[in-house]
Design a protein around this ligand. Structure first.
Ligand code: G1P
Ligand code: ZN
Length: 544
């Protein structure tokens, strides 16, 4: 087998976004497009000769093809060993688990998360470092720089490998080992949670659960953990057969896209607990019987109940949440006497805090929760955490959430997304806000007075790196907030995200409808940013 050096020329659009490089499948099919990016990843790294690389993806269309290419390129570039999930499958948290467990140098994860898949859908690729987490900006910036001037890549001339058979084969001088995609992850989960207690809960005739895999990567993980190990009936799983096009769905676990699950949990004879995970298995949505738990509340509640879980019994070092996430977790941290860190959007910003032992639990409003067990957010982990808490407290999801609000007050919270907006219009909106923001402090809008307005900037407390322009925040004197930012994961036009939050200590008002409770702030947001006029949209595309 010989190494071929292929001449190539740069693509100008390979800047990684919030979570790696995401483009239409058709873009990745452009000759050399994938190869350029993979070679740029390798060229940005040092000292990997003879080391281990982990490779896997969410199983979407083009996954298998991309993996064959990456294996041959990794071998040609001198990795000693490559661990690849069977069938090319590794959920994002499972990939993180495998990188850590086998002390790999890093990993390449193929996923466009919750974005639709298939021939006309999206594809994505990202690099994770040896701690199992997404590469920090320093590395993604370096990769991008290289993509702008790349002139050749290396690939081994070899036939395709059989990805469906477990075991090791040689690819040139490199050993490629196809591993069970689920086993290491399932093992890790059983080490964190009280499986015996959860088993008892699931065996009880008074408790039923429904898990929706959205035809994406988590199906086999849910089957092994929830059914085989914890004894849930197979009927508790739905949409758990992974498909290359995710069944033509949009595997984003929220009230809009996880409609199959919502129908069950809000229907007749609803189960007691419902959950769904996204395309690559790192997001989660938690539902009770006819009851939705916002991701921000979920993080706060898990933190407040962490002592029920064996892995976190000893206490939490700290909590971290992304800036647009509600401040509900801050209240729990204050009561626990621990720090609550506020980071920019994107899981990569939690890595340093977790590595330095400053935070134990992390979360984002975008249905992502996780802990120091891996360096990615983790959908099934959140499901198991909830089941562990439910088993320990023997109360319903709704009762636990409402008790939490009674104790801490309720942070009403909602995100409005305007998807596929013309990029120029979206940029104008943000530019206008930046200019306008300077004079906002002190101004009154209805019942609210602006306390501050800034463009969020974050200084990493561990390495001192600064990330600026991370979203426009308007804070009001009563602690309410409006945040605007543009998505860094979309593949078409721009997506404007508006995040709105208010705090309600009065228990009598906790049952208000969220959109109702936030109505005035939503109107103020439009008044200040001229959303309707500038986007040309009367309504958001998705409200969560
Ligand atoms: C979105 C979410 C963000 C999450 C990311 C990857 O990024 O908002 O919280 O980390 O997906 O799952 P965005 O599109 O807003 O840049
Ligand atoms: Zn995801």
């Amino acid at each position: 087998m010989s190494i071929k050096v292929v001449t190539t020329s740069p693509f100008s659009d390979q800047k990684p976004g919030t979570s790696g490089l995401r483009k239409k499948v058709t873009v990745f099919q452009t000759p050399n497009y994938l190869e350029n990016f993979v070679q740029s990843i390798f060229d940005s790294l040092e000292g990997f000769a003879g080391q281990t690389l982990v490779v896997g993806g969410d199983g979407r269309y083009y996954n298998r093809h991309a993996i064959q290419t990456i294996l041959k390129m990794a071998a040609a570039n001198g990795f000693g060993k490559i661990l690849v999930g069977r069938g090319g499958i590794l959920s994002t948290p499972a990939a993180s688990c495998v990188i850590r467990k086998y002390n790999a140098f890093g990993g390449i994860i193929l996923s466009a998360s919750h974005n639709p898949a298939g021939k006309d859908g999206d594809f994505g690729i990202k690099y994770n470092t040896g701690n199992g987490g997404p590469a920090p900006e320093k590395i993604t910036d370096a990769i991008y720089e290289i993509t702008k001037s790349i002139s050749e890549y290396k690939i081994l001339e070899a036939g395709d490998l059989d990805l469906d058979r477990l075991g090791a084969t040689k690819l040139g001088d490199t050993v490629v080992e196809v591993i069970d995609s689920v086993a290491d992850y399932a093992e890790l989960m059983s080490s964190l949670f009280d499986f015996d207690r959860i088993k008892l809960l699931l065996a009880s005739p008074d408790f039923r659960l429904c898990f929706d895999g959205m035809h994406a990567v988590t199906g086999p993980y849910a089957q092994e953990i929830l059914v085989n190990r914890l004894g849930a009936p197979t009927s508790a799983l739905q949409n758990c057969v992974p498909l290359e096009d995710f069944g033509d769905g949009h595997p984003d676990p929220n009230l809009v896209y996880a409609h199959d699950l919502v129908e069950v949990l809000y229907g007749e004879n609803a189960p007691d607990f419902g959950a769904a995970s996204d395309g690559d298995g790192d997001r989660n949505m938690i539902l009770g019987k006819k009851f939705f738990v916002t991701p921000s509340d979920s993080l706060a509640i898990l933190a407040a109940n962490a002592h029920h879980v064996p892995a976190y019994k000893g206490g939490l070092a700290g909590i971290a949440r992304s800036m647009p996430t509600s401040q509900a977790p801050d209240r729990v941290a204050a009561r626990l006497g621990i720090e609550c860190y506020e980071t920019p959007t994107g899981w990569k910003f939690f890595g340093n805090l977790l590595d330095a032992g400053k935070a134990t639990l992390c979360g984002e409003e975008s249905f992502g929760t996780g802990s120091n067990h891996v360096r990615e957010k983790d959908g099934l982990w959140a499901v198991l955490f909830w089941l562990n808490v439910l088993a320990a407290r023997q109360q319903s999801v709704e009762a636990i959430v409402k008790e939490h609000w009674q104790l801490y007050g309720r942070n009403f919270y909602s995100r409005h997304d305007y998807e596929g907006v013309d990029s120029d219009r979206a940029n104008t909106l943000v530019d206008n806000l930046r200019k306008k923001g300077v004079d906002l402090a002190g101004q009154k809008f209805g019942n609210y007075q602006v306390d501050f307005c800034d463009d969020f900037s974050y200084t990493d407390p561990v390495d001192g790196s600064v990330s600026s322009k991370q979203g426009l925040r308007i804070g009001f004197t009563d602690g309410s907030r409006i945040v605007f930012r543009l998505s860094g994961t979309g593949t078409q036009g721009a997506t404007l995200r508006l995040y709105v939050e208010s705090y309600e200590p009065n228990i009598a008002k906790h049952n208000l409808d969220t959109q109702e409770a936030l109505k005035e702030l939503i109107e103020i947001a439009d008044q200040i940013a001229q959303i309707k006029v500038l986007t040309g949209r009367a309504e958001p595309t998705v409200i969560t």
